[in-house]
Write a protein that binds this ligand. Structure first.
Ligand code: G3P
Length: 502
């Protein structure tokens, strides 16, 4: 420990959809301490999801203080701070007072569906796809900013006179940590806004025009690994610490999983489920509903990824726990699911906020199929758990088509990967190896790596790749016919759910 104290540590702030976390890592990439705080979810109308950005800021200060004190680490032992965040969630605040003008609109929220319909009617789909690698869906930040400017009284005028700033959560936190000095974001977060040209690496005037967003609101786009600013001393740090890494949480996880080579992919089971495949310096365009996105930019080199986005994964388990009260903890789902040999044909389609890849249907609702008098809680829980794997299977299928690359093994991380039942079922469904690393906090680790690289704490990608350690491989054991039968049932269930529009 004395040696470690000497070398210092790197702090990762992981601001996610349901909680804020601070994790301190040492040079070996081991976790020294971790603190977590849930944040409040606001559901003002069905399908709408909002956060209080001020509460997020306070929760971040809280978890950082607690991670430091738990490990008895003086703030001056922190060599760099890396930030990773729930992506797309849009905050607009007043640059003079630092106060948000409204709740942040969360990535899951469907409240800009009308704006999206209008954009489609105006025929902007192709323009957006061509420049941003994304498609028109309430998921991305651009329409959320427009919504805020349209709905908050006086906001548009204030934005036009340069008084308002926009940021995703990373920008918001760096701005707060730096005492309002730095208004920045990184390539990976910028690539999720609908306003950024991922090929020219610039905010795009045409897109800004289409969405009516004044350029003066936008953060400066920087690389994912460099010193952007220092913390102000009056925060609990008592010292200026460099903020040196930023990446959206899914890109950070790809980095933390050391997926540095073309064709390497990871799947993160968080609130949602996001599979990203590194495509190197080439931006691969999808014809099957995958997103083309920036993985990171380091030292003037930008790398791209193909992404499949599943909106509901861990949140389906929370729904079983909090909404239906079928579970005490999400982890209990494993025991319930294992008590029955199958769901006996029950399928849960958790389309609570529509569905992303490959369906992109933003107004569908969730559904349950195949109930009989013999259906039990165990079947129901198992079917919900299996829906995480089915959705990931749908994503991997189109990823194989679009990339032309056959997956060797899928690296997994996120809370639900501790669920052995789910991991085995996932491997069975994919017919591919599922590889679980020793450190499954890869999102935070990725942010720590990006920050540590910028200040010379780690030497380079090779050292990081060498540090990636496999904990367990799940190998496919299900007969081909069985896999196909189960998956065909799922496909039918999704089609039926899509056909039902209340
Ligand atoms: O795109 C949304 C994603 O970044 C949210 O991640 O981990 O909060 O579910 P998570």
């Amino acid at each position: 420990t004395e040696h470690a104290q000497e070398q210092g540590f790197v702090l990762a702030i992981d601001q996610g959809t349901t909680s804020s976390r601070a994790i301190i890592f040492d040079r070996q990439g081991h976790i020294v301490s971790t603190a977590q705080q849930e944040i409040k979810q606001y559901y003002p109308k069905p399908g709408w999801v909002e956060h209080d950005a001020s509460e997020i800021w306070v929760s971040v200060l809280g978890v950082v203080a607690s991670a430091l004190s738990q490990a008895e680490i003086a703030p001056d032992r922190i060599k760099a701070i890396g930030i990773t965040n729930q992506r797309e969630t849009a905050v607009v605040w007043d640059r003079h007072t630092g106060r948000p003008i409204h709740h942040a609109i969360v990535w899951q929220s469907r409240q800009t569906q009308d704006i999206c319909e209008e954009l489609k009617r105006q025929g902007h789909e192709d323009l957006i796809r061509r420049k941003t690698g994304l498609l028109i869906d309430p998921y991305f930040s651009g329409t959320k900013i427009k919504w805020l400017l349209d709905h908050v009284e006086g906001a548009r005028e204030r934005a036009e006179s340069g008084d308002l700033l926009f940021g995703t959560i990373d920008s918001w936190l760096v701005w707060k940590l730096s005492g309002g000095k730095a208004h920045v974001t990184d390539y990976s977060n910028a690539s999720r806004t609908l306003l950024y040209n991922i090929f020219e690496l610039a905010w795009d005037d045409e897109l800004l025009g289409v969405l009516g967003v004044p350029r003066s609101m936008l953060p400066e786009v920087r690389s994912s690994s460099e010193v952007y600013a220092h913390t102000v001393e009056h925060h609990f740090f008592g010292k200026r610490v460099p903020i040196a890494g930023i990446a959206g949480d899914q890109q950070a996880a790809l980095f933390g999983q050391a997926c540095f080579e073309r064709g390497m992919a990871k799947n993160t089971y968080g609130t949602g489920c996001f599979m990203l495949m590194n495509t190197g310096s080439e931006a691969v365009r999808s014809s099957h509903g995958l997103l083309t996105t920036i993985a990171w930019g380091i030292g003037g080199q930008v790398e791209y990824a193909l992404e499949g986005s599943v909106f509901v994964a861990g949140s389906a388990m929370q729904w079983l726990r909090d909404g239906l009260r079928m579970l005490k903890t999400s982890a209990d789902s494993e025991a319930y699911a294992s008590r029955v040999p199958s769901t006996e044909g029950v399928y849960v389609v958790p389309a609570f906020v529509g569905m992303g890849t490959p369906y992109w249907d933003s107004d569908m609702r969730g559904a349950v199929f195949g109930l009989t008098r013999g259906t039990t809680k165990e079947h129901f829980i198992r079917a919900t758990l299996e829906s995480l794997a089915y959705q990931s299977k749908d994503v991997l299928d189109v990823m194989t088509l679009d990339s032309g690359l056959e997956l060797q093994g899928l690296r997994v991380d996120g809370g639900a990967v501790r669920n052995d039942f789910l991991m085995q079922f996932q491997s069975d469904l994919l017919g591919a190896d599922v590889e679980r690393p020793v450190v499954n906090e890869t999102t935070a680790l990725g942010a720590a790596y990006l920050a540590g690289l910028a200040v010379g704490y780690w030497s380079g990608k090779q050292e990081i790749a060498d540090g990636w350690k496999l904990e367990r491989t799940f190998k496919p054991a299900m007969p081909e016919g069985e896999r196909e039968r189960l998956h065909a049932g799922w496909k039918k269930a999704v089609q039926a759910a899509m056909a039902f529009k209340p």
